[in-house]
Design a protein around this ligand. Structure first.
Ligand SMILES: Nc1ncnc2c1ncn2[C@@H]1O[C@H](COP(=O)(O)OP(=O)(O)OP(=O)(O)O)[C@@H](O)[C@H]1O
Ligand SMILES: [Mg+2]
Length: 236
């Protein structure tokens, strides 16, 4: 696996006006790995992903492929191969599918045609609807577009914030299957999910975030077996 695909987070802190949402967490995602972060509403999951992508002020050290990126601009982080698929999807409603995908490719226009082919290969529904305004897509189609767009920048590391949110069970399965394929093609994944069972089944390793701190870490299988997780997320 390409060492450039690793992500290391050391003592990450995020505060909003004096309120600390992320309390100095440390974790890593190895090249080619899928790591899931689960936790209750308000635990600080989205804040963690946004901080790694450079989208909110934070302290701590973030390394991509061993290189410290915590002080560079968000655009530079995208150039280093890290993309965030934000909660709520963050697509441009008044642009077509193809225009949204083109925007996602700005760091990598020379590979535009090849990557467009790949995105349409993963999501045939987007190909059929390439000239449709993104705002008129169904929720599931918008999620496909958000993932497809992140891949246009030839991401080595994808951060996904609640990829299954608002999707019907069948589409959740579809999205998770595609995430597995994306990972199998060599992309490192850090996934935040409310759907703990799906995420823990998919992930190689996982952590539980509570009130801005990591309180449990292990393999996906270990967390699935953990009594505390079973109680909180599986109801038994
Ligand atoms: N821009 C902001 N300004 C002020 N407080 C914020 C801001 N963004 C997040 N917070 C607060 O930080 C805490 C962590 O929020 P965050 O969105 O990271 O949680 P989360 O784990 O992603 O929750 P959810 O599962 O509901 O998406 C919450 O208490 C939230 O109210
Ligand atoms: Mg969130």
């Amino acid at each position: 696996m390409n060492e450039g695909n690793s992500l290391e987070v050391q003592d990450l802190k995020v505060s909003y006006g004096g309120i600390r949402a992320v309390q100095g967490i440390s974790f890593s995602v190895n090249p080619g790995e899928i790591v899931a972060m689960i936790g209750a509403n308000g635990a600080g999951k989205s804040s963690t992903l946004r901080a790694i992508a450079g989208a909110v002020p934070h302290s701590g050290i973030i390394r991509i492929g061993g290189e410290v990126v915590s002080t560079i601009h968000p655009e530079e982080i995208v150039r280093k191969g890290l993309s965030l698929v934000p909660e709520g999807r963050g697509i441009f409603a008044n642009l077509t599918i193809q225009e949204n995908l083109r925007l996602g490719a700005w760091t990598n226009m020379e590979a535009f045609d090849a990557n467009l082919g790949k995105a349409f290969g993963l999501f045939p529904r987007l190909r059929e609807r390439r000239d449709q305004m993104a705002g008129t897509l169904s929720g599931g189609e918008q999620q496909m577009l958000a993932v497809g767009r992140a891949l246009m920048s030839r991401s080595k590391i994808l951060l996904l914030d609640e990829p299954s949110m608002g999707l019907a069970p069948k589409l959740v399965l579809e999205i998770f299957a595609i995430l597995r394929d994306i990972n199998a093609a060599g992309v490192t994944l850090l996934i935040v999910e409310q759907n703990a069972v799906m995420a823990l089944r998919l992930a190689h390793r996982a952590c539980l975030l509570e009130l801005g701190s990591i309180t449990l870490q292990g393999t996906g299988a270990e967390l699935l077996e953990n009594p505390k997780i079973r109680e909180a997320y599986l109801g038994h």
